[in-house]
Design a protein. Structure first.
Length: 243
């Protein structure tokens, strides 16, 4: 949480540029929204075919053969860690929004606010659709499915088949990296850049650790989630950059 505070207060501490250095164009935005729309349709279809576990199916399951670094996620169930990951996710989302508000020039609030808001929406939409597409397509069982200490009702839910890759990791990373990217593009000469990027990486890493601790994900789930989220948070603003 200290990293989130650092990212936010760094954004407030320096005035925004006279103009936001991004542009929305049909050539850039149509493919992004088109891909998201296609993934939305695929997710609707694949998600409708995702079934819950039956109790007999759970009893017949055996833990998969995994390398030691992956197997450490098995036999874990920590509701406190899951709640902490939820808090970090929503805090990252809120922080990104506050950074955008702080960095939007007041004399062009409507015009530049719409541009930044559109980029933020695209980043979250693309990351969410890509994450769900992987989950609905690959249907990897979550680690807690094999843990008899986890509540049966959770183990039987269809979402228990959606381990790869971690949505908490990808969505947290896309928001913190998006905020850091926006801030550094608008303050390219600032000496605070290393600290801002450190905070942007530390926050989703903490969320990822909590997801493994909670028994919700394997390490590979959160590593891929972090990579995808960070890439989307960086690339969406980058392709709209005008300078």
């Amino acid at each position: 949480m200290r990293a989130l505070a650092l990212l936010f207060f760094s954004a407030l501490g320096i005035n925004a540029m006279a103009q936001v250095p991004y542009r929305i164009t049909l050539r850039t935005d149509a493919p992004v929204y088109g891909a998201s729309l296609a993934m939305l349709g695929a997710n609707a279809y694949l998600g409708s075919r995702l079934t819950a576990f039956t109790e007999s199916e759970l009893n017949a399951l055996t833990p998969p053969s995994l390398p030691a670094w992956e197997a450490l996620a098995l036999n874990r169930w920590d509701e406190g860690a899951a709640k902490r990951s939820d808090v970090v996710l929503f805090a990252a989302f809120g922080t990104a929004g506050m950074v955008l508000l702080a960095q939007t020039p007041k004399n062009t609030l409507v015009r530049d606010g719409l541009v930044l808001g559109s980029l933020w929406f695209q980043t979250n939409l693309s990351t969410l659709m890509l994450t769900d597409l992987a989950k609905n397509s690959l249907r990897r069982n979550r680690p807690f499915v094999y843990n008899s200490q986890a509540p049966l009702i959770d183990r039987m839910e269809s979402y228990a088949r959606k381990s790869f890759f971690s949505g908490h990791s990808s969505m947290t990373a896309c928001n913190t990296f998006f905020a850091a990217k926006i801030w550094t593009d608008m303050h390219p000469n600032s000496k605070l850049k290393p600290w801002v990027w450190t905070a942007a990486a530390a926050v989703p890493a903490y969320a990822a650790l909590q997801r493994v601790q909670a028994g919700k994900h394997y390490p590979s789930d959160v590593i891929v989630g972090l990579a995808v989220g960070a890439a989307m948070g960086y690339l969406i603003p980058q392709i709209h950059l005008t300078r």
